[in-house]
Design a protein around this ligand. Structure first.
Ligand code: ATP
Length: 373
């Protein structure tokens, strides 16, 4: 396999910085951050941090508070309670408030927010004004060279593709060498094939420049691809933070498990530290007898075979989705059909009567707190 040519090799470590505060990547910490606006609680005691030189993804459904957290990091909003620290120094909290322009943070939004009336060069140069005209000119040209767009320096944003505009926005955001780069859904405006390439390039640039970045996304796969750590939010609260592996393998709730992959959800009750479900008995200790639980089964955790050990089932429908088939199954003992995703070769076409077993790694048991399935 040939190595990809990076679109940016490095941000010149010797280049002078736009502001004294923007010299080094720093860590950023949200300490019990709360935020109320319009009479509504938007964030509640959120404590997470982005390590220096790493990417933290803020993941969650629409309205979970991701952008509010990013705006608080930037200094566009003030937290109602708690503190924000950059490089160990409070920039928002009871001690006071550091305005956005003195935090040394870079911002990148989903629409790239390039100034349409300025050339590409002027767009990149915009963040470098404190350097002086000639220095800013050469630093901006060097940045464009690194993102492979020096030839477009005199063009205007509307003449560039979405992917090229995204590179310009990244060059503009990183050239002043911010302590933390804040990115709000930076890839959402790109079509899916371009998104893959640009996302990979962006991650490479962040790595090569040793940047700290906080990336907002509602796409779990994007968070897994980009994030050294992921913070999953719901209704303004932190559900779970950790590596992609930790969140996927040890989800803290049914919501967390379901955010990373589709689930079949079944109800059960704990008996003797175990819970019965139609596909077998699952360990459920240390919960006490009689505790109602929900059991989440990942669709790709069901194993289907024509014979052997397992629970008898019947194939109700089968859909070809390319690399996988999606099946619905009537499983003995289950009061509703279960869904499964399998490799097409796992089960011959036209087979109706099967047996189903389940990969224990893909079963999750959580206490049933609201009685719904
Ligand atoms: N200044 C404000 N005044 C009133 N409500 C606000 C304010 N800022 C955010 N909200 C509300 O807070 C909730 C969280 O918004 P936020 O944009 O942070 O969520 P999000 O997770 O980024 O959502 P999305 O993915 O849709 O952008 C939403 O219901 C939003 O309408």
């Amino acid at each position: 396999m040939t190595a990809r040519t990076p679109i940016v090799r490095w941000i010149d470590q010797e280049a002078p910085t736009a502001t004294a505060a923007a010299s080094f990547a720093s860590d950023l910490e949200f300490e019990a951050v709360g935020f109320k606006a319009g009479g509504k609680r938007i964030l509640d005691e959120v404590s997470i941090w982005a390590e220096s030189g790493q990417v933290l993804c803020l993941l969650g459904p629409s309205g979970s508070g991701k952008t509010s957290l990013l705006r608080i990091a930037a200094g566009i909003e003030r937290p109602t309670s708690g503190r924000v620290l950059i490089g160990g120094t409070a920039v928002a909290g009871p001690e006071g408030f550091v305005p956005p322009e003195r935090r040394g943070v870079g911002l990148m939004f989903q629409d790239f927010a390039l100034f349409p009336h300025m050339t590409i060069l002027d767009n990149v140069r915009f963040g470098l004004r404190p350097l002086g005209a000639s220095h800013a000119h050469s630093a901006a040209l060097a940045a464009l060279e690194r993102v492979g767009l020096r030839a477009a320096a005199a063009d205007y944003p509307h003449t560039l593709s979405g992917g090229e505009q995204q590179r310009v926005a990244l060059a503009r955001a990183l050239t002043p060498r911010p302590r933390v780069l804040l990115m709000d859904e930076p890839f959402s405006g790109l079509d899916s094939r371009l998104k893959d390439v640009i996302r990979t390039d962006t991650l490479q640039i962040l790595r090569e420049t040793g940047s700290t970045a906080i990336v907002v996304t509602h796409d779990a796969e994007e968070a897994m691809r980009m994030g050294d750590r992921i913070a999953l939010l719901r209704d303004g609260r932190l559900v779970q933070a950790g590596t992609a592996h930790e969140l996927y393998r040890r989800p803290a709730s049914l919501f967390a498990a379901g955010f990373f992959s589709e689930l079949n959800v079944l109800a059960g009750t704990v008996r003797g530290g175990r819970v019965e479900c139609p596909l077998g008995t699952v360990a459920a200790s240390p919960r006490s007898d009689g505790t109602p639980v929900k059991i989440g089964l990942r669709l790709n955790g069901l194993r289907l075979a024509v014979d052997g050990s397992g629970v008898p089932a019947r194939v109700l429908s089968r859909r070809f989705l390319g690399s996988v088939d999606l099946l619905t199954l009537a499983v003995d003992g289950a009061d509703r059909p279960l869904r499964a995703r399998i490799r097409p070769s796992e089960l011959g076409e036209g087979v109706d009567e099967i047996v189903v077993s389940v990969d224990p790694q893909e079963i999750f048991v959580f206490e049933d707190t609201d009685g719904s399935i």
